[in-house]
Write a protein that binds this ligand. Sequence first.
Ligand code: CDP
Ligand code: MG
Length: 748
Amino acid sequence: EPDFLKNVNLRIPSRIPTKISIYKNENSFMAEVAKEKSKNNQDLKFQRGSFDSKWIDPVRMNSQATESFENSTQPEPMKNRNLMSITEQRESLPIFKFRNEIIRSVVENQFLIIQGETGSGKTTQVAQYLFEGGLNLKGKIACTQPRRVAAVTVAKRVAEEYGCILGQEVGYKIRFVDMTSPNTVIKYMTDGILLRECLSDANLDNYSVIILDEAHERSIYTDVLFGVLKKAAKRRPKLRVVISSATLNTDQFSKFFNNAKVLKIPGKMFPVEIKYQANPVRDYFNAAVNTVLNIHLQEPEGDILCFLTGQDEIDYACEIIDEIAEADDENFGNLYAYALYSALPFEEQFEIFSQIAEGNRKVIFATNIAETSMTIDGVVYVVDPGYVKQKVYDAKTGFESLIVVPISKASADQRCGRAGRVMPGKCFRIYTESAYENEMLEVNVPDIQRSNLSNVVLHLKSIGVRDILNFDFMDPPSRDFLIAALKELYLLEALDSDEKVTPMGRRMNQFPVEPNYAKMLLVSDHIKCTDEIVTIIAMLSVQNIFYSPKKNKHLANEKKDSFNHPVGDHLRLWNVYKKWEMNYKKNPRWCKNHFVNEKKLHEAYEVRKNLLEILQSRNFDIYSAGKNIERIQLAICVGFFKNIAHKAPSSIFRNKNDKSYRTLEENPEIVYINRSSCLFYQLPEWVVYNNIRETSKKFFQEITVINPNWLPYIAKGMYRRKDNDDKDNEEKLIKAFVEAQSAKEYKF
Ligand code: CDP
Ligand code: MG
């Protein structure tokens, strides 16, 4: 037993809690804690006037820049936040000393790499410095973020610092939400959105500077933007590109960008004491929660940041803490748990930034979103179980799944660093020193090497990249991945046999969704069921519509079943949406009564609205399938042609309760239906699935019944019967498919 666990004799509930008394509704105790906390919140108000004369700097682009400073409002006295004015806060950041050098370097060089510890001020300051240096005069300053929530929180913060209303001079744009205006000069956006903007503006003429922030995360779109921006910069000598990274290995960035200058911001890091486990730990979750409790009992004040792998774990950890706080008020009454993960509604994510009363301690359970992209002040203790949930992709089967894997050394070091930002800290690693030294990879495998690339490839093709296999990637994905993407796009009819973007491909680009969803939308227009498909896409784009509190599981399941639809889960989602739309105004308790997540439905509403607006702006009519449900099934089938499975053939080996299905690959995968599907008891012969989740086995998520007679007609005849393997037939098959839809065969 490691030191820090000694002489503490504390029981915590094992994985299955005996009793959770506080779990009342979908907001569970989180909402209650939140309510209580907000009493202690200072009312934060900021006035315009973050421009302090000290900020004006001799490096100016031209006279206009001077003017823009002089026209800006003179500083007014500001209210304090944490006893420091915004200007003081800005000036206290490590990056501040490099302000002039950053402006000068960007003026003089096309590419600049900035490396600095998380919290040194890269995300919030660099764009502002460049603005203050007048670099916005020829176009906006963009700063990309891999995560939606980071784009929003950071834009909020910078708007405060700048002293404007969010969406005015400082704004953000993420998928389905555009909070910018013609006045916007500093624009935070997700990397995916910037890549999307390249479709209509290949040279990014709207921008003077592009900051690729959090480059160390190596998100898939940031990786693609590396290559795209390098090309655009060649064509547009005035364009400036800044790469900002929190990790030390910047050589690779520099090399890729023609040996660009690297500016290193020395962090003001306090020492962090690292504690390892003496022996490998079996249950990292229990060990992590235990460690949190012990820190609270034994260590002096300072907040705790505990990394976990996903929402389930995080919500559960919060429940446990709350349970214990209630049961043992004396020891744990002042310990408050917060959750932080991307699927959390924004308002709840902001909660973690709120201050709590003195004497209380925060513990934040977070995914690796807190590793680098979000900084929470006040953290002194880090608990690191050493795992992360990561996407893996198998190009052969086309499966993309999320699995829990050990983190890399670089991640471990980052996590550790989060403890040393305010004062000397401690990092409790729930693994052994030898695991760190010998078992962990040095750095993470970039996303682009473990994802389905069809979206990326369609983007690149659409902005005129002809030779995808030789595109200038910093870390090229495997050829197999690229070829699988080309093939999928061909079968979706987005690319022709010369790999050129087809009119269909261009139409697919109009929608900010993955190619298979876009295809589904376009097909739904063709076969007249857009209304339902838009709803289904909106509902699929927000996760966790249903919730089932542990106390009320039975009732929750019953309510969930009440939405069941005979053809499957996609239409169950549609059912929920329809019923919600009809009832939520009349009955404010409708969501609670049906155990569906109200916030998620509002999000789905926004996505749906956004898609409808795009459809309408392109003169699409919106059709409802009415009673012809089969159309909806067909549209899903066409978009997700890759995801078709059939019931394992009956044989003497197959038992009656066998819930297994086989996919249509040459070497079929075995996948199971689970209880969360409304087809669990029906076990239809053929299904199309939206996703696969791998836990102990592979399970479908959202399935819908399909008619196998459709198969020869979709995906360019890929599913022809073997005896009919005639290439010339493809065109005919597609024609037949179109005719079949409109005519008798499917009674459309
Ligand atoms: O990007 P980097 O990690 O280098 O730092 P940053 O995100 O620019 O954060 C600099 C400082 O701004 C942090 O220490 C936070 O105190 C503050 N900040 C904040 O108060 N609220 C935010 N939403 C973001 C940053
Ligand atoms: Mg940052």
